[in-house]
Design a protein around this ligand. Sequence first.
Ligand code: LIP
Length: 267
Amino acid sequence: MALGTQLAELAIDIAREAGELARRRRSEGVEIAATKSALADIVTEADREVEDLIRSRLSVERPDDGFLGEESGAERGTGDVTWVVDPIDGTVNYAYGIPSYAVSIAAVIGEPTPAEWEAVAAVVFNPASGELYRATRGEGAWLGENTRLVVNSETSPAGALLATGFGYDPATHAGDLARVARVMPLARDLRRAGAASLDLAFVAAGRLDGYFERGLQPWDHAAGALLVTEAGGIVGGAGEGGTASSTLTVASGAPLFDRLLEAALDG
Ligand code: LIP
C-alpha cells in the first residue's frame, strides 16, 4: 500500500476517535483553560485533551514520525514524515457551541515548514456535522466514502462567494478590514465560518469560490490545503515562493486565484 494511502487511513481513524472525544466534551460543557496570544485566543481543556489523544495514538502507530501541534508544539522525528495537527480548529466556535469546528490532521514529508513540506495525506473532520473530508496526494480529495471534491472553476457575473477570517489581536483588525475592502469588488458576498480548515474544505467542495486570511498558523491550513489542491484548486499566499503563510493564505480555483491573491496581498 502506498505511503500516502497508509497515512490517510491512519489519520481518518484517529480523526474519528478524536472528533468523538471533542463532541462528547462539548456536550458535557466546555471549560476555557487559558488564553494565548491575545484575550480572544483561547484554549479549552478539550483542545489539550484531544491533541494528547492524537499525539499518543501517533506515537504508538508511527513512533519515528515528527509532530507539530497547536497546543503541544513541535517534535522532530527520525524519519521523513511529520504530522501537523489542529486538534479543534474553530476553538471559539467550539467554546460558544457553534457546530462549526474540525479535527485537522495532515501528514507532510520534508522540512516541517509550509514553504518546504509536501503534504501527502489530510483529514478534516467536523464531528458536529459528521462530515469527513480527506485527501491523499495524487489520488484526489473526497467527502465521506465516495463524494469526489472538485473546486468551482466557473466565474459568475454576480461575483465570487468568498470566505475570510480575522485574527485574535484587535490591532490587526484594521488591516484585515482594509483587505476585505480591496477584495470585495471580486465578491458577491463573504462568509466568516471561523475555522480555516473547514473554509478550505468548502473551497475544495465547491461550496465557496475562494478563501483568504492573514494570520493562519501551519496547523490551520496544512490539511485543508491538500484538500483544495487535490480537488483541482490552487493554494498560495505571501510565503516563500508564494506559499501559504501566516502573512497570507489564499485558496480558490485557477480562474479566480491570481486576482484574489493580488487583491488580498498588502500593497
Ligand atoms: C482559527 C482559524 C480561523 C481564524 C481564527 C483562528 P483556531 O484557528 O481556524 O480561520 O479566523 O482566528 O485562527 O485558533 O480555532 O485553531
